[in-house]
Design a protein around this ligand. Structure first.
Ligand code: ADP
Length: 311
């Protein structure tokens, strides 16, 4: 069935992205809770219609590692995109500090991501193009799923113009312009790089390139192209984990493994052997949510103290 705005009851705000707000909503007839993303686009009606049609392919993206798509519609110049509500939020905010993700949890998250990416590629011929911790969602059941992949050429084109992201997960070859036509020749290898960088970020709790580069896009891109690739923190993770990350963060795209090869890597085979109940994902998610609340509380009181200092 088609989802319409009048069937949705608006609930909490879940977060703000680069392009708009994500809200929790309840579909009143079915009582299903959903996450609704609002994307503001200055496009005419026929283009917006085109986007809605292109998004239709998402109804076929059904996999345990992909956030389920419920439907999309537009009102005026906003596209509304309804998807499965993931009650623990995105991975970036769950990895709260250095080495707070135990290796078995890291391997489970990584294998979920690789399975999701390989499903998209093999079943739907979709390359994600935006692999990063904010686009990996988690729920309290301990499930890890991907969202925000590039399915609509028109949508990608409109968003690219307004891309203001300051932390780049782009592979060196894309920065150098070897894949000039970004939409045409984007390859899986570039997603494998972004996967590697996301893993390092999870283990550090921060974007892996030096903080000096956060506010200087040029310096950051220089570091990605000319610097050594980031590594997992020493002495905390096994050589197996470190080798896996190093394979993903090969600067030459042709040397990076395919998803099939990654699934055969020891790091992910070990995770498969641990089995469904062999990793305490639920325990880790609960702990991470608790730490996230504490961090938010600290930030709030710091901001308040600062405000008082100024006043
Ligand atoms: P970005 O533009 O940075 O990728 P999004 O607009 O996709 O961010 O999402 C903003 C925030 O909203 C996310 O960081 C996440 O916390 C929350 N969010 C997005 N989708 C969902 C969802 N399906 N379920 C729960 N929370 C979500």
């Amino acid at each position: 069935f088609q989802i319409k705005m009048e069937d949705l009851e608006l609930m909490d705000e879940l977060g703000k992205g680069n392009y708009g707000t994500v809200r929790k909503v309840r579909h009143t007839r079915t009582k299903v809770d959903m996450a609704m993303k609002e994307i503001r686009l200055e496009l005419d009606e026929s283009k917006l219609n085109g986007i809605i049609m292109e998004l239709d392919i998402l109804h076929r993206a059904i996999s345990p590692q992909i956030v389920e798509f419920y439907g999309a519609f537009f009102i005026e110049s906003c596209v509304y995109y309804c998807m499965e509500f993931m009650d623990a939020g995105s991975l970036d905010k769950l990895c709260w500090g250095r080495a707070t993700v135990p290796e078995d949890v890291l391997a489970r998250i990584t294998r979920s991501m690789v399975l999701g990416l390989s499903f998209l590629k093999d079943e739907l011929q979709i390359i994600h193009r935006d692999v990063k911790p904010t686009n990996v969602l988690v729920n309290r059941k301990g499930e890890v799923k991907l969202c925000d992949f590039g399915v609509s050429g028109q949508l990608e084109k409109s968003l690219a113009k307004t891309n203001i992201g300051c932390q780049s997960y782009m592979a060196p070859e894309r920065i150098k312009g070897e894949s000039q036509n970004m939409l045409g020749t984007y390859t899986v290898a570039s997603d494998v790089w972004s996967l590697g960088l996301s893993i390092v970020e999870m283990t550090q709790g921060t974007y892996p390139y030096p903080p000096e580069t956060y506010s200087n896009v040029f310096a950051q891109l220089q570091a990605i192209v000319h610097g050594d690739p980031p590594e997992l923190p020493a002495e905390i993770y096994s050589d197996t984990a470190k080798d896996f990350v190093a394979r993903c963060l090969e600067k030459v795209p042709g040397r990076r493994p395919t998803y099939a090869q990654l699934l055969q890597d020891r790091f992910l085979l070990q995770d498969e052997e641990r089995g469904q109940g062999g990793v305490d994902m639920v325990g880790w998610v609960n702990l991470a949510i608790e730490e996230r609340s504490k961090k938010r509380e600290r930030e709030r009181s710091e901001a308040e103290a600062q405000g008082q200092g100024k006043g």
